[in-house]
Write a protein that binds this ligand. Structure first.
Ligand SMILES: C[S@@+](CC[C@H](N)C(=O)[O-])C[C@H]1O[C@@H](n2cnc3c(N)ncnc32)[C@H](O)[C@@H]1O
Length: 207
């Protein structure tokens, strides 16, 4: 595996964008901006974990394709894409149905080296998954909690053995995600571990 870069040796324009987004997200929460308008992004700890995890996963595939459900301003997208940049291969398809969020993300991602590895698509992820013809080996799910079960059902027969789904907020929103957690923990087609990283991650592996 290539050496992991610490955050302060990421390309400086990516560092600046990540710090700017952290500041914007913090301010929006402080100001009490409407939930759906806020960035609602992952904490830095989760970004670091996704980057490190993908540094192991991506090199295992000749043509790695990952899917992100919920781009928002592109914060988690950039963290994950940094592993593709380092590995020199792969593609991350990032989906958001909100045109304003897509505009913000596009502005943040363009002109960075990560843009070569990211395909940003404005679409409802449910429609996209049903129509998508690509082989997907990895999914990061960070959308509305009430949709997690539906996303899982759409993905479960579609992903190949060895594929990984990482779902965010499973500790912070444990009650809201009760059905989802029951579903992934009692499905023999997958194995699941819960990681106390950031707001809690479920790591689901297709057997
Ligand atoms: C929690 S935010 C994502 C934060 C982002 N992952 C980050 O850490 O920077 C959730 C995003 O999912 C998007 N979203 C919710 N439901 C969706 C759906 N069905 N299809 C596509 N995007 C969706 C919302 O517009 C919102 O921008």
């Amino acid at each position: 595996m290539k050496e992991l870069r610490p955050f302060d040796s990421f390309p400086s324009n990516i560092q600046n964008i990540l710090v700017m987004l952290e500041e914007q997200d913090r301010k929006e929460r402080e100001d009490g901006l409407d939930r759906l308008k806020r960035l609602r992004q992952i904490p830095r700890e989760t970004g670091e974990f996704l980057y490190q995890f993908l540094m192991i996963l991506v090199p295992q595939y000749q043509h790695f394709v990952g899917l992100e459900i919920g781009t928002s301003g592109g914060y988690s997208t950039l963290w994950q894409a940094m592993a593709l940049v380092e590995s020199g291969k792969g593609k991350l398809i990032s989906l958001d149905h909100d045109p304003k969020k897509c505009q913000i993300a596009s502005k943040n991602i363009q002109n960075t080296i990560a843009s070569e590895y990211i395909t940003l698509i404005q679409a409802d992820a449910k429609d996209y998954i049903q129509k998508c013809q690509e082989s997907i080996y990895y999914v990061f799910l960070d959308a509305e909690k009430e949709d997690y079960v539906e996303f899982y059902e759409l993905l479960v027969n579609r992903l190949p053995s060895g594929a990984i789904l990482i779902a965010d907020n499973v500790i912070s929103h444990e009650k809201d995600l009760n059905d989802f957690l029951n579903r992934i923990q009692n499905d023999q087609r997958v194995s699941t571990i819960i990681l106390p990283v950031g707001k809690g991650l479920a790591l689901v592996r297709w057997r």
